[in-house]
Design a protein around this ligand. Structure first.
Ligand SMILES: Cc1ncc(C[n+]2csc(CCOP(=O)(O)OP(=O)(O)O)c2C)c(N)n1
Length: 626
């Protein structure tokens, strides 16, 4: 590590020659590969941006100049260059570096990202703030992938930037991949530019031609690049970015430090918004990742020699169970269609896609659109199932209210990664959905406590005439059994699993398993609780709750959701003013960091031990009801 050992911050790259910068990039790539092979992480995106990161830092003065990483999963080289090489092995581990930019971790991480398509908005705001403050703050460079560019927010920001003519540099990191191959008309458009050398040539010729036109050429030259770029925009119709008010530079080889530095240099001199179209290879430099960039997008520990993952799962995940459930439903009802926002793989829809390619819509990273598009499908008589991670559905809250619930449309939301997700941390934990779904009128909200139940719930959800959300966690369930016969679960009915006395433990989703284990601990101490699977956060089974209240001294609710507005809150609201004693166990009113799920649950007090302690403590008066 001849060069990396000399880098304690971005400024140390400034004196290096381009040849040395390329060697430094090679060393950084080795560190990323070695660490991620041990602890897992977003390998392919980060391998693809090593040269780009080195080139940017070699020309910028970070943090005075600011780099905003869209999504942020490609920022590993940035972390290494900005003084975190020694800690890099701790990435995504409990107490270690975050896997995403984090403004509390380094002054070089301008803002914490994790959700896609926001970088240009942030960047524009930063430049405008500096302008308003009259400060001569440095450059702002937003690095956005072609996948993230499919998100509407990015275009909303470009629309404003083009209007304001704000000098902002956008680097389009085009590797033709979202997590899977990118989709959409913009993606096809980018491909055309990438593949058609005549277009770039035409641009160059126009540039030269403009300069040769007597009078205009020299005047254009003397007025600087700004006018020249505008003339190109006029002369090359269809240049989408130029039409939006951005000067366009490209296509640049994203692994050639010299080419990158030249283009970025031009961009930094441009006095209006500029987009540098950089072509990169996802997984660059590691053959298995280049060959299977989707598998290496985010990966667990693997053997560097052959790229085979180490902890092969030996069970069925909830996601896979959902994939089977929807496939089964689709075989029986041809109106069933699936909608995903760039997460076909992550939401378990690949088998569906293989069998029903015409009935699977990947809309790109566009959750708001996905939800309203599903509304249109439902209006047209289809039975759409929107499969989406809990954290990303947050984006579409208004659509859930306005375009789905208010219209009483029969759409199923398969809300995956509900609860603590682990290593990706607070940007990705799905801990708010029970709260933000439960408050919407006419929305049915349920959560399976087993994969078997998930099958019944998908079946049930598709038989309702209004919106239904079912939320389930990341990872494996205790055992997988697929029911031969599917049954419709009565809406708003919980289930008593074990009869006891004195204390009723009422869990929902993963809370049921935690409550069950708590019950075992309590029995060892002579208390035999009643165990209930609530199944629904909305509507609540108020009959069952009232019955429990009549026969038990205490009701303890257990949920993997924030307590604020969650399932336990619904139970509290039901009993408000009645004197019924309710103790809630769930997630606290603070952001939970990254780390292994079990460790995080222990930290926040959401384990069987905590539930048992709370139940027994409150019962004996040792703990006050919160
Ligand atoms: C709003 C939102 N939806 C979904 C995701 C999940 N996600 C993370 S990275 C990614 C693909 C990003 O593709 P691109 O921007 O091209 O970056 P690349 O990984 O190809 O470098 C997706 C869909 C997300 N982070 N944010």
């Amino acid at each position: 590590m001849d060069y990396l050992s000399r880098i304690s911050g971005p400024k140390d790259t400034h004196g290096l020659s381009e040849r040395e910068l390329a060697l430094l990039a090679g060393e950084i790539r080795e560190v990323i590969l070695s660490c991620v092979s041990k602890v897992g992480g977003h390998l392919a995106p980060s391998l693809g941006t090593v040269e780009l990161t080195v080139a940017l830092h070699s020309m910028l003065d970070s943090p005075r100049d600011k780099i905003i990483w869209d999504v942020g999963h490609q920022c590993y080289a940035h972390k290494i260059i900005t003084g975190r090489a020694c800690e890099f092995a701790s990435i995504r581990q409990y107490g270690g570096l975050s896997g995403f930019p984090c403004r509390f971790e380094s002054e070089h991480d301008i803002v914490g990202t994790g959700h896609a398509s926001t970088s240009i908005s942030y960047g524009l705001g930063l430049v405008e703030a500096a302008r308003l403050a009259g400060a001569s703050e440095g450059h702002v460079v937003c690095v956005i992938g072609d996948g993230a560019l499919s998100g509407g927010v990015a275009f909303e920001a470009m629309n404003q930037a083009g209007h304001l003519r704000t000098p902002l540099v956008v680097i389009l990191n085009d590797n033709q991949m979202s997590i899977k191959p990118n989709v959409g008309a913009i993606s096809l458009y980018l491909n055309r530019i990438r593949l058609d050398p005549t277009l770039s040539k035409l641009r160059e010729e126009i540039e030269r031609g403009v300069l040769r036109i007597p009078g205009i050429g020299t005047r254009a030259y003397s007025l600087g690049k700004d006018v020249k770029e505008s003339m190109k925009a006029l002369l090359v119709p269809g240049m989408l970015f130029e039409e939006l008010g951005f000067a366009y530079i490209g296509v640049v080889d994203g692994h050639d430090i010299h080419a990158l530095r030249k283009s970025v240099g031009q961009a930094l001199e441009t006095k209006r918004p500029v987009l540098v179209h950089v072509k990169t290879i996802k997984g660059k430099g590691y053959e298995p990742a280049e060959a299977r960039p989707d598998d290496f997008h985010g990966i667990g520990p693997f053997h560097i020699g052959n790229g085979v993952t180490k902890n092969g799962s030996n069970g069925t995940t909830y996601t896979e169970a959902f994939g089977r459930a929807i496939l089964r439903a689709a075989r029986e009802d041809e109106r069933v269609v699936a909608v995903t926002a760039a997460m076909t793989q992550g939401t378990g829809l690949e088998p569906f896609e293989r069998e029903f390619p015409d009935r699977l819509y990947d809309v790109g990273i566009a959750e708001e659109h996905a939800v309203v598009f599903a509304a249109g499908l439902a209006l047209g008589g289809m039975r759409p199932v929107v499969a989406v991670y809990s954290t990303f559905l947050q984006r579409a809250f208004d659509m859930l209210v306005q375009d789905i619930a208010l219209q009483r449309l029969p759409i199923v939301f398969a809300v995956d990664r509900a609860g603590i997700v682990g290593d990706d941390g607070p940007t990705h934990h799905g801990v708010f959905d029970l709260s933000y779904l439960r408050m919407i009128p006419d929305m049915v909200v349920m959560a399976p406590s087993s994969q078997e139940q998930l099958h019944h719930m998908v079946y049930t959800a598709l038989r309702q005439d209004g919106p239904v959300a079912l939320r389930y966690p990341r990872g494996l369930a205790a055992r997988y059994t697929e029911p031969a016969e599917l049954v419709e679960i009565p809406i708003g009915r919980g289930e008593v699993l074990e009869e006891g006395a004195d204390v009723a433990l009422v869990g929902i989703g993963t809370g049921v398993g935690i409550a069950r284990e708590a019950g075992k601990l309590m029995r060892a101490q002579g208390v035999v609780p009643t165990l209930v699977d609530a199944r629904f956060a909305k509507p609540l089974d108020t009959d069952l709750l009232d019955r429990l209240a009549g026969t038990h001294a205490l009701i303890v609710t257990v949920e993997e959701n924030v307590l604020a507005g969650g399932f336990g809150s619904a139970v509290l609201e039901h009993f408000a003013g009645t004197g019924v004693r309710v103790q809630r166990v769930g997630l606290p009113d603070r952001f939970v960091p990254h780390g292994a799920r079990a460790r995080l649950l222990a930290d926040v007090g959401l384990t069987a031990r905590d539930v048992a302690a709370a139940a027994i403590g409150v019962r004996t008066g040792a703990v006050q009801i919160s």
